[in-house]
Design a protein around this ligand. Structure first.
Ligand code: 28F
Length: 666
């Protein structure tokens, strides 16, 4: 019997067959709809439901959204909007509520006036969450009545029932992620908190509450200042140049544009750009429009007011105007086209001129009205231009001196023999001894090793030309082969390795070096992270040995799990010698219980080349953590806190996040 015949026998209509097939597709390939079935995908479920509430807020009907992690591990999202309509759907005949909750893409555009996102990972609709939930309930408060429907794995298990009267309006969705789909079902407060805070900044005036019933923890986000407050938050640990962020707001062709910007005394440029509340960290037309307007308005002002000396050869470039700039740009685009590696680059060409016009007009006006601010910005840009010019001259000199040398690879790089980048890996290894083990343990056909000596330069505190003078950084840059920065100097096509893998000790120093390296990649090779090329190696923390059985554990939980298994194993202990201390190099950290020898690896150098290969470098058995940038603003704050001058925020951060730091996924 075919699926259709089976359905017909059960009395299903053609429409329910389509529903069936839609939900089956989601359950068969969940990653296609939510990105992955790990922690990120799990939290994406909540974001998906919250997005619908945000849409209702953007439509002007809702100002309060509450998210609760319930004691049983389910999540409830509650808004005070109009409530999803419950009457019969004009086309599908069943209740509109059921259509929205159960049909793929049925929750799409409400109407043309909203800015819902189509395609990509966002805006897949609540029916996807429903399909991936063991159970889900929705309660609608509308027209004085309460309606309720329950579902399981996407299918209704009850009709839409009227359960009582009410004075409020709104939609309340509760769901329990399906254990058959998600191995890890524990929601993390901090992961939900991050996105909800961001949404509250991006949509000023909305109140978003997150409560954790498991721990009695709660946060409330409400920002009257919107993007202005967002910029203050991002730069909280930096020294601001202006008293107040500059704020610009306008709308053209159904495209609202909002911008807040501030300058600080660092040398880095931080532009966060959002389209329909989605972080477009690959940039796009809206960012181009903003940069063009910024450069032109500031240059015009400088010339008109004689701030650039007559006859001066020095020109201020766009980069100079963006040194130490922190800006958040948020546009709402009716029909956004997303492009790029991670579909986070806006392609709509009309958006460039819309943003350029609005920012250009209002910024020029602002500069005229605030000459003191204008002068400070221009002077800062002039200093940046001078530094850039000095660095260029110095570079030209050394380049001519080392015309041949500069093309060559760093001396301490142990390169691989294959040249096809897609099959090659570069390990950045902390310390010479670990570097030595890695060189011996590797598969030299496709694995290259670059040992790094001690701490690398903190790029958070230095201008580009200082950074380029640093030996370790120079070695990394020439080994990778893509150049540096984001302009002409950077070219992904020169990439010499498909994977760049950071391999550091699992101790405090190791994590510091890892953060330094990540800061460098984040600030100067962002495209490499966006392309998914940067990884963190996961060396084991423990070796467990009972008789001839050897196991490695990557965290405490796994260690305890393995101990349990080894305890019940019947390996003859006496046949394997004395246990503790038999392998000299681990004796210091060994512990013996029940014939099980537990050794803790303090550093990579403690492992012999073969162990290092087996546990950390062999593609068949290793685990690599891919570095991603879901939330660039949060990552930036984190790097500023970890690498900046202020000690107190750093101490607070580390204290607050100690339990998560091992799995920091930036
Ligand atoms: C907890 C998550 O999902 N809130 C939502 C609404 C309101 C309307 C709506 C949603 C109607 C025809 C689809 C109400 N009244 N929170 C939410 N609030 N969906 S989802 O309409 C859905 C469309 O097809 C709504 C008038 N128009 C729209």
């Amino acid at each position: 019997m075919t699926k259709e015949q089976a359905a017909a026998a059960k009395g299903y209509s053609e429409h329910s067959i389509r529903v069936l097939e839609g939900l089956e597709a989601v359950r068969k390939r969940p990653a296609m709809y939510i990105g992955d079935v790990g922690l990120r995908g799990l939290h994406h479920l909540v974001n998906e439901v919250v997005d619908n509430a945000i849409d209702e807020a953007l439509a002007g009907f809702c100002d309060t959204i509450r998210v609760v992690i319930n004691k049983d591990g389910s999540v409830t999202v509650d808004d005070n909007g109009r409530g999803i309509p419950t009457g019969p759907h004009p086309v599908k005949k069943v209740s509109t509520l059921q259509v929205v909750m159960c049909m793929l893409h049925a929750g799409g555009k409400f109407d043309k006036q909203t800015y819902k996102v189509s395609g990509g990972l966002h805006g897949v609709g609540v029916s996807v969450v429903n399909a991936l939930s063991e159970w889900m309930t929705v309660e609608v408060h509308r027209e004085g009545r309460v309606f309720l429907q329950r579902y399981s794995r996407g299918f209704p298990t009850t009709e839409v029932q009227e359960t009582g009267k009410t004075k409020r309006t709104g939609t309340i969705v509760t769901f329990m992620p399906d254990g058959e789909v998600f191995k890890q079902r524990d929601f993390r407060f901090d992961m939900l908190e991050e996105r909800l805070r961001e949404l509250a900044y991006l949509n000023k005036g909305i109140t978003i509450t997150l409560r954790d019933e498991r721990e009695n923890e709660q946060v409330v986000f409400h920002f009257k200042g919107g993007l202005r407050d967002f910029v203050r938050y991002i730069d909280a640990n930096r020294n601001s140049l202006l008293k107040e962020p500059i704020v610009i707001e306008g709308e053209r062709d159904n495209t609202p544009v909002e911008l807040a910007m501030q300058y600080n005394d660092s040398y880095t440029e931080n532009i966060y750009a959002y389209v329909n509340n989605i972080n477009t960290h690959e940039g796009g037309t809206h960012v181009v429009g903003f940069k063009t307007a910024l450069t032109r308005s500031l240059n015009n002002y400088a010339y008109k007011n004689n701030l650039i000396k007559e006859g001066s050869k020095l020109t201020i470039s766009g980069d100079d105007f963006r040194e130490g700039l922190t800006a958040v740009l948020s546009v709402k685009v009716p029909d956004p086209q997303f492009e790029g590696q991670t579909k986070t680059k806006l392609g709509n060409s009309e958006t460039k001129s819309i943003v350029e016009t609005i920012v250009g007009e209002q910024l020029s006006l602002y500069l005229e009205q605030n000459p003191g601010v204008a002068r400070r910005i221009i002077e800062k840009a002039l200093r940046a231009a001078e530094a850039r010019e000095a660095a260029r001259k110095a570079r030209d000199l050394t380049r001519r001196k080392n015309a041949l040398e500069s093309l060559s690879l760093p001396g301490k790089l142990a390169d691989c023999s294959i040249t096809d980048p897609e099959h090659c890996e570069l390990y950045l290894v902390e310390g010479d001894s670990a570097g030595g083990s890695a060189k011996q343990g590797r598969d030299r056909r496709f694995q290259a090793i670059l040992p790094l000596k001690g701490k690398i330069l903190n790029v958070e505190k230095a201008r580009l030309h200082k950074i380029l003078e640093n030996e370790e950084i120079n070695a990394i840059v020439s080994a990778i082969g893509v150049g540096i920065g984001s302009g002409d100097e950077f070219d992904l096509s020169g990439l010499r390795y498909g994977k760049i893998i950071i391999m550091t000790d699992a101790d405090v120093d190791g994590s510091h070096i890892r953060t330094l390296l990540l800061t460098f990649f984040f600030r100067y090779m962002k495209d490499l992270i966006d392309a998914g090329r940067v990884f963190i190696a996961q060396p084991p923390l423990y070796k467990l040995k009972k008789g001839r059985i050897e196991r490695y554990a990557y965290d405490d939980e796994e260690r305890d799990e393995i101990i349990k298994v080894l305890r019940s194993s019947r390996e003859d202990v006496s046949s394997a010698g004395t246990g503790a201390g038999e392998t000299g190099e681990e004796s210091g950290a060994s512990l013996k219980t029940d014939g099980i020898v537990i050794s803790r690896f303090k550093g990579l150098g403690e492992m012999n080349p073969d162990q290092l290969w087996q546990t950390t470098m062999n593609p068949e058995t290793r685990t690599l953590l891919r570095v991603t940038m879901e939330n660039a603003a949060e990552a930036d704050r984190l790097f500023t806190i970890l690498m900046g001058d202020a000690v107190e925020p750093r101490r607070q951060f580390i204290e607050k996040n100690a339990r998560y730091v091992r799995n920091l996924d930036i």
